[in-house]
Design a protein around this ligand. Structure first.
Ligand SMILES: C[S@@+](CC[C@H](N)C(=O)[O-])C[C@H]1O[C@@H](n2cnc3c(N)ncnc32)[C@H](O)[C@@H]1O
Length: 187
């Protein structure tokens, strides 16, 4: 596999879980995430090969819909500015493949219908969190398992409530099974 010098940008990558399979085999992975980087001011390098983007879902996810009215337009604008920055970086970079993910919610109204939906259990991680993917990429091959249900709403990820930054970060880690399947289909 020829990976030398192929640049992968992991925008809003947090822990870097999505791009980890690329990093492990020697791609030049750059995790562009807060607090070190802000995608809104980031200028991408030349010759970017692939882009993964996981902008914050706080102001889009259906699970937070009951707060949309109280949060108001400024929060929505803040969320959209990060999504827009990811799309701008994709636009100027013209990568071979790109994908932007977000949990099911109102981002669909702004980006149109996603290319695909998935749950982590479709790729071997036994929980549900319905997630949308937009972009231009090869479809990852599924390897479904039964989700483990621990509460009325479904899997442990929904049960892991709380607004602390640490809890939110844990909830938003890209499931490794999906990351691996995506990598295998897009190299
Ligand atoms: C939905 S989480 C993605 C987490 C990631 N999937 C993972 O596996 O850790 C969004 C991430 O984007 C970061 N972030 C928020 N605003 C950002 C910005 N303007 N520029 C870059 N990163 C940002 C957050 O700190 C958070 O780590």
């Amino acid at each position: 596999m020829l990976t030398l010098g192929k640049i992968i940008l992991d925008l809003c990558g947090g822990t870097g879980s999505w791009s980890r399979p690329y990093q492990e085999v020697g791609y030049d992975v750059r995790v562009i995430t807060m607090p070190e980087y802000d995608v809104r001011t980031y200028i991408p390098p030349k010759d970017v090969y692939g882009i993964l983007a996981a902008p914050p879902c706080d102001h889009f996810a259906s699970s937070g819909a009951r707060w949309w009215a109280t949060k108001g337009n400024l929060a929505l604008l803040e969320g959209l500015s990060v999504v827009d920055a990811c799309l701008r970086i994709i636009h100027v970079s013209r990568p071979v493949f790109w994908a932007l993910e977000n949990p099911i919610g109102r981002l669909r109204h702004y980006l149109g219908e996603p290319v695909m939906y998935f749950n982590p259990c479709d790729f071997g991680d036994p929980y549900t969190k319905r997630t949308c993917l937009w972009g231009r990429f090869n479809m990852p091959a599924t390897s479904p398992v039964e989700p483990i249900s621990v509460c009325k709403q479904g899997s442990w990820i929904q049960k892991m409530g709380g607004k602390s930054t640490r809890t939110k970060a844990r909830r938003s880690v890209t499931p490794p099974g999906f990351a691996k399947a995506f990598f295998e289909a897009n190299q």
